[in-house]
Design a protein around this ligand. Sequence first.
Ligand SMILES: Nc1ncnc2c1ncn2[C@@H]1O[C@H](COP(=O)(O)OP(=O)(O)OP(=O)(O)O)[C@@H](O)[C@H]1O
Ligand SMILES: [Mg+2]
Length: 164
Amino acid sequence: MFLRLSKSNYVLSERLKIETGSPEETRRLGERLGRLLKEGDVISLVGELGAGKTTLIQGIAKGLSIQENVTSPSFVLMQEYKGSLPLYHFDLYRIGNEEDIGYEDWLYCHGVSVIEWGEKATEHLPFFHLKIVISYLSQTRRNLLFVPKGKHFLEMTKRLIKEI
Ligand SMILES: Nc1ncnc2c1ncn2[C@@H]1O[C@H](COP(=O)(O)OP(=O)(O)OP(=O)(O)O)[C@@H](O)[C@H]1O
Ligand SMILES: [Mg+2]
């Protein structure tokens, strides 16, 4: 754990990582995370093609009691799902860096926003959010690095890790 000086104040920041050994394990982790989410939460997912971003979101959707099957929205930038909280699933693969697609309409809404290729929208994300960097270790193993910004996401990440 370390203290970092941000623009205006000291922010507690901690990096935590989890390895999963199968897509099912990534989904189960997502499901646990989904159950911990609160209105207005924003998650930025960073990882290459096929890293497992959508797989994690499928779990998150289950944790939010969403019945629909979550897939990558190929030609839409944002797909909304109804659950215990609305889920706004963004896939920014096709847009340019920092292109504004009117994020404010969703990010400050009543639901939970999960953004694939979140690094393309850094300027538009609220300062307090949870970044998850997914990296490929082998055909079936992935490393998920949690980078929580702010106390709410730090506590959520710690709780998630404790539950495993
Ligand atoms: N441990 C794992 N966690 C997640 N996915 C895994 C794992 N092991 C293998 N996979 C496979 O990797 C692929 C991940 O695909 P997924 O669509 O979730 O990736 P993505 O990051 O959303 O890709 P894209 O950038 O194309 O949207 C799936 O085929 C899944 O079955
Ligand atoms: Mg995807």
